[in-house]
Design a protein around this ligand. Structure first.
Ligand code: NAP
Length: 287
């Protein structure tokens, strides 16, 4: 499907973060293109046009992105070949003549990050830097909206996070920053924005906030790394995925997700949303 010529293309609009960005652009009256894998799932928003591609299909991505100037790129679903999918999509954007990419990365992305998937984000960032396209990187901390998913089947949060802290961030704030960047006509080119919540919380504190939100007691039960692998064996998930799950907690223990950054207040003009506020607003994460 060939989309109409629009300057902004938004990926991920069939998901949570991308749909917030697409809706926000529509509310501003901005025409934009929704680049989706399945057009039947695309949201019905005023001023939008649909183009279809998977990140891993370079030819389809090039067609889908032709005519777009700025692309909002949500990171792909977690798969073993996610980095290659990202690189294929970025190369297709360059080939299509896209001027800038706004990429959703992860806080502390680096080749040596404890959280294994933050290394994948680093590889994607490095590719963005190498191909010479203008870009803005949004390094998001763990989504506040996802903290209910920390709670396991026994009603508690279990993991090897020690007494480490994490500055969970609301997807609403990330979307607001993304919209500001996408509509700034390049004002944030070359910038890496660190998107965090307003406070670094221990998992015991998060458990307390979730207890109030859910109306039942949630506790944080610290595990050793060996205990964490053992307690997740029941899912029979591939090794890379279990490594990702467990290393999220180890990264918290190591203090790698504890920094509270000023970028959300600076870009939006208001304080970052607290975990309590994000949960009260409802995110769709519990749907
Ligand atoms: N920081 C965090 O705490 C955290 C937690 C979880 C995930 N994430 C990352 O953040 C991203 C956005 O979060 P979210 O809550 O919006 O996730 P989500 O609701 O699962 O939405 C992901 C979106 O990306 C699209 N997508 C996935 N793989 C794709 C591919 N290979 N090619 C093209 N489109 C693809 C999906 O399309 P379909 O509808 O076709 O699947 C969907 O629209 C996730 O994709 C994940 O990479 C971050």
């Amino acid at each position: 499907m060939i989309a109409a010529q629009t300057p902004i293309a938004v990926t991920g609009s069939t998901g949570r973060l991308g749909s917030r960005v697409a809706s926000g652009l529509s509310e501003l009256g901005m025409d934009h293109r929704l680049v989706v894998r399945d057009p039947a799932k695309a949201p019905d928003l005023p001023g939008t046009h649909i183009a279809a591609c998977d990140y891993g299909d370079g030819a389809a991505a090039r067609t889908a992105l032709t005519g777009a100037r700025t692309v909002f790129m949500v990171s792909a679903a977690e798969t073993p070949d996610r980095v290659q999918q990202h690189l294929t999509f970025i190369d297709a954007a360059v080939a299509a003549g896209v001027e800038r990419i706004v990429y959703v990365s992860f806080f502390g992305a680096s080749a040596t990050a404890t959280f294994t998937l933050a290394r994948d984000h680093w590889a994607t960032e490095e590719h963005l830097r190498s191909v010479g396209i203008a870009h803005t990187i949004l390094r998001d901390n763990i989504y506040a909206d996802f903290t209910p998913y920390f709670v396991g089947t026994d009603g508690n949060i279990r993991g090897p996070a020690g007494d480490g802290r994490v500055a969970v961030v609301a997807q609403a704030d990330i979307a607001e920053v993304a919209i500001a960047v996408l509509t700034s006509d390049g004002a944030y080119d070359g910038r890496t924005l660190n998107l965090t919540g307003p406070a670094a919380l221990t998992l015991s504190e998060i458990a307390g906030i979730l207890s109030d939100h859910l109306g039942r007691v949630v506790r944080y039960v610290p595990e050793s790394i060996d205990e964490a692998y053992a307690s997740r064996a029941v899912y029979a998930a591939p090794q890379w995925q279990v490594d990702a799950w467990v290393s999220t907690y180890v990264a918290i223990a190591a203090g790698e997700l504890a920094t509270v950054a000023p970028d959300i207040p600076e870009v939006t003009g208001h304080p970052a949303t607290s975990l309590q506020q994000a949960l009260a607003a409802g995110s769709g994460a519990e749907r």
